[in-house]
Design a protein around this ligand. Structure first.
Ligand SMILES: O=C(O)CCC(=O)C(=O)O
Ligand SMILES: [Fe+2]
Length: 261
């Protein structure tokens, strides 16, 4: 797997040392960047062709993040639904829950339509949403898919969150708590690297294959944002990892346009 991203991440982490922990940022849906969010060390990765990933290792404070972890672990009504993938039924290999603002079109994926819980049922989620809006000026998320990986054999396979309901360029803000897990990105088959033609030969294709994968270790309290055409052109996954023995909770904030569906 590609190491370039991890090298950049190490550099970003080194630059972070000694930096003040920003802690509980607050703000509204279309809030402006707070001074604390500007101090955070951020990795910006341009994936080419209008796709970008942004990673903030210390988005939320350490203890605050554990408080969120314990709250979510206990209070979210986690389910492990049966889904259909390539015509076969299987139990989803992680726990999930869905929260959305009222009046949005229903989310459905892999033959499964999750019940949409209200934000009011889980007040801490509104605080995390506010912190995300504050860190990402102009963002306005109205739905949230929660995932709980109970250990290294829970995973999410290669996919893109490209359901029509979201539109072609929707951003996803992903906040992680608990056990660190690897998050992989690879270009969708047939999507050329920075506009290069497939006819450029085997060597160029091999270079592309290597260059077109990125790996992030998503830390406790971190924020990862996928922007632009990332869902159209790229796949992502959280693979099984035998060494990941404890629980990880991940929140993916999304915007469902109210006219979608
Ligand atoms: O757990 C993660 O980091 C990713 C989850 C994800 O890809 C999803 O919910 O669509
Ligand atoms: Fe996803």
């Amino acid at each position: 797997m590609t190491t370039v991203t991890n090298l950049i991440l190490k550099a970003a982490a080194a630059a972070e040392n000694g930096e003040e922990d920003p802690g509980g940022a607050v703000g509204g849906c279309s809030g402006t960047s707070s001074s604390s969010s500007r101090r955070r060390s951020t990795l910006d990765l341009d994936l080419g062709n209008g796709s970008q990933v942004v990673y903030v290792a210390r988005f939320l404070g350490y203890q605050e993040s554990w408080d969120y972890f314990h709250y979510l672990n206990k209070h979210i009504p986690w389910t492990r639904p049966t889904i259909r993938v390539f015509g076969r039924s299987s139990v989803q290999p992680r726990d999930v829950c869905y929260v959305a603002s009222e009046g949005l079109p229903d989310l459905a994926y892999s033959g499964y339509q999750p019940h949409a819980h209200s934000w009011d049922e889980f007040p801490p989620l509104k605080d995390i949403l506010e912190a995300v809006h504050s860190a990402l000026p102009g963002s306005c998320f109205n739905s949230l898919l929660l995932n709980r990986y109970k250990g290294g054999s829970d995973y999410v396979s290669w996919h893109a969150d490209d359901e029509k309901l979201y539109g072609p360029t929707h951003g996803i803000a992903s906040v992680s708590f608990g056990c660190e897990r690897e998050f992989l990105l690879k270009r969708k088959p047939g999507k050329n690297f920075r506009g290069k033609k497939r006819s450029e030969g085997k060597r160029a294709r091999e270079q592309d294959r290597v260059a077109e994968q990125h790996s992030f270790t998503l830390k406790h309290g971190s924020l990862l944002v996928m922007r632009g055409y990332t869902q159209r052109d790229w796949l992502h996954s959280v693979p099984k990892r035998a060494k990941a023995q404890s629980t990880r909770i991940n929140l993916t904030f999304r915007l469902v346009p109210s006219h979608a569906g």
